[in-house]
Design a protein around this ligand. Structure first.
Ligand code: GDP
Length: 268
């Protein structure tokens, strides 16, 4: 039995190591669990309490073809295998966020990152932190994008690390109060600009290092030297092309999840 066990373990380890992997991030309540369940078994089932990372091996539906197999026949047995990927869900709760950042730099065969936001929860609310969906999403996005930028700027080779495509998936478009795509993009960019400004002030006020050089070293602004308005486009310079695509996991009509499937297929 032992050789069999070892064999099965090795087989699984190899499968996991080689399967294209996508990371699923976003504030809690954005719909990550629902999306994972929908992709995994065709329906957005019961929500579990997000405590630990959860991953699933998912097969792309045949109408969303992986780029690498565009020219293969449907009957080619390697087709199914070519449409398989691993989706790793990471809880968005503030205290658990370190999982996220650790995972980004460690994941093997990472093909892209999907950041899910609730587009019906992008108002500034009463302004209080606890009631500000936009600020919560923007802070989380800012932190993740800064990690990805640092990965590029601290790379030792002149070519830099490989591209990490980044999808901002605006969820819950079925809801009446949801913002449309252009506004989702504009609202997040503007709020990230504010987050960046607040962080830079905090850093200066805390007087880290005091000396000019030390401050220069400590601070790394997100995007293009950190002046003016932050735009997602600036992330292309650090090999992180960002797309904003809206849809909905639940509810009928409207956009559904097809465009997200297609985005995943395009990265494989
Ligand atoms: P998570 O914390 O990111 O894992 O979010 P969940 O998957 O637990 O979803 C949070 C809540 O949003 C649940 O009540 C879901 O039923 C709901 N939800 C998820 N996706 C949608 C959607 O597309 N439309 C609507 N109206 N509700 C959604």
């Amino acid at each position: 039995a032992l050789p069999l066990l070892v064999h099965s373990y090795l087989y699984r380890a190899r499968t996991f190591a080689t399967l294209p992997t996508f990371l699923l991030l976003g504030p809690s309540g954005a719909g990550k669990t629902s999306l994972l369940c929908l992709f995994d078994n065709g329906k957005p089932s019961e929500t579990r309490i997000s405590q630990t990372p959860l991953s699933a091996t998912i097969t792309l539906p045949s109408n969303a073809t992986a780029r690498s197999s565009k020219y293969r026949s449907e009957n080619d047995p390697s087709m199914k295998k070519n449409r398989q990927f691993q989706l790793v869900d990471i809880p968005g709760h503030g205290k658990l966020r370190h999982f996220t950042l650790e995972h980004i730099t460690k994941l093997q065969n990472l093909k892209g990152i999907i950041f899910l936001v609730d587009t019906a929860d992008l108002s500034t609310g009463s302004g209080a932190q606890s009631d500000n969906g936009l600020l919560e999403a923007a802070e989380y996005l800012h932190d993740v994008l800064l990690v990805l930028q640092k990965r590029y700027t601290s790379a030792k080779t002149s070519k830099g690390p490989k591209e990490i495509p980044f999808l901002i998936a605006g969820n819950k478009q079925d809801l009446f109060t949801a913002l449309p795509t252009p506004l989702v993009k504009a609202a997040l960019e503007a709020e990230i600009s504010k987050v960046r400004e607040t962080k830079s002030k905090g850093l200066l006020d805390s007087g880290i290092g005091m000396g000019e050089d030390a401050v220069e070293e400590e601070r790394e602004w997100l995007g293009d030297g950190g002046e003016g308005k932050f735009q997602f486009k600036q992330m292309e310079e650090v090999n992180v092309p960002i797309e904003v695509i809206c849809g909905n996991v639940l509810g009928d009509g409207t956009n559904g999840v097809e465009k997200w499937w297609q985005w995943i297929g395009d990265q494989m």
